[in-house]
Design a protein around this ligand. Sequence first.
Ligand code: ATP
Ligand code: MG
Length: 469
Amino acid sequence: MNIKPLLQDPIFSKITALADAQGKEAYLVGGYVRDLILRRPTKDIDVMIVGSGIEFAKSLAGEMGGKTNLVIYKNFGTALVQSGSTAIEFVGARKESYDRDSRKPVVENGTKEDDLQRRDFTINALAASLNATTFGEVTDMFGGAADIDKKCIRVPNDPDVTFSDDPLRMMRAIRFASQLNFRIEDGTYDGITRNCERITIVSQERITDELNKILLSPKPSAGFKLLFNTGILSLIFPNLVKLEGVETRNGKGHKDNFYHTLQVVDNISTKTNDLWLRWAAVLHDIAKPATKRFNNKSGWTFHGHELKGSKMVPGIFRELRLPLNEKMKFVQKMVLLHLRPIALAKEEVTDSGVRRLLFDCGEDVESLMILCEADITSKNEYKVKKFLKNFENVRRKLKDVESRDKIRNWQPPVTGEMIMQTLNLRPGREVGILKVAIREAILNGEIENDKDQAVKFMLSKAKELGIKS
Ligand code: ATP
Ligand code: MG
């Protein structure tokens, strides 16, 4: 195989010239070659030098001069050369051998073959020559090109050794399967199943990195099902696994909330690439197991799962080392409010209901609507149509009310300060009571969103409640 026509970037000819002048072998390797063959856009370019990657990168950067940036990662034995929007990582060919108790291999200098031997999957173990006489020629020791053709993830060596050496590779296999829409070859898959316990020696950051990549793939359920079926998911995300299963009592069952959740995640993934909205889909029903009750009249209920779920979010984010910042708050809010538009759509859509939703949701109301639409997974087409139609109504009303009342990010026209000044009150309970009363009156449509009306309302309310300064 030769991929010369795919190697158009002018920086490659600079590498060719320098490598030939120095008598060094240089190869494009790994994911970059794989993605070139797949015609898939990639950012990071990896170049393997037989010899020192750092020394080569230094001389290349020196040669290119000007705006070229060089960063050396001494601990990893790699160097990054950046020029314009192109960044190339240089690494020396290496040979690796592992110890049973850590992910850290013993590393020595090696040949091109040694270097390809240490790589995780056949599709990632391709090297394309950058030297002039062999330019574009692909070294394929394990049939990686054929596996790309077959859409197959396969380890080049004994799967038990590969996955035991570095258990992160199990998640990488599943992540690539989900990202590329490949299947995992049977022997490799069985190896993951046998070694799944080993995932526990991998750091949470690395696991979550892969989990995020699975979640950002075109159809995340593919990856989550593989994680579940291989036994990995119950080790890294037990709360999600608890959603699986159907219980039947007196002939009444409930839906399987695990597969429902995965369907919601797939649905939402057709509408948004936002990682955090996708996380909201993963977590929207997370408290269903904890709130599940059976009642002879109404069957299975999950009352309060949205509130309980939103309270579970920080614990889950902490365990998964996801950020405990405004992204987490956004996910909490989505989980908390995910039933509101449905509740609205079920009855006649009232102005006050819509105003309340806008007030509670603010800027994120569009994200919430996307989540709610994704949450409709009924197999009954008639029902789905009806719900979606009702949502259209809600959306129309949202626009309507918003353009009239500007509730999004709204602050009531009378502040606590103003209440205290006007009524000559000290800070305390009464101020809070009046503030809430004014807000509620506006949201309910009793008075308009207007300062004069609010002040008038406040004075009469204070009188009614006997509040004196
Ligand atoms: P992406 O950049 O989309 O994550 P990639 O295949 O480029 O995919 P990287 O993590 O960038 O993955 O790694 C580059 C290459 O290094 C891989 O293609 C593979 O050859 C090798 N590699 C990375 N991680 C491992 C690992 N844990 N075990 C063995 N080889 C690995
Ligand atoms: Mg890469």
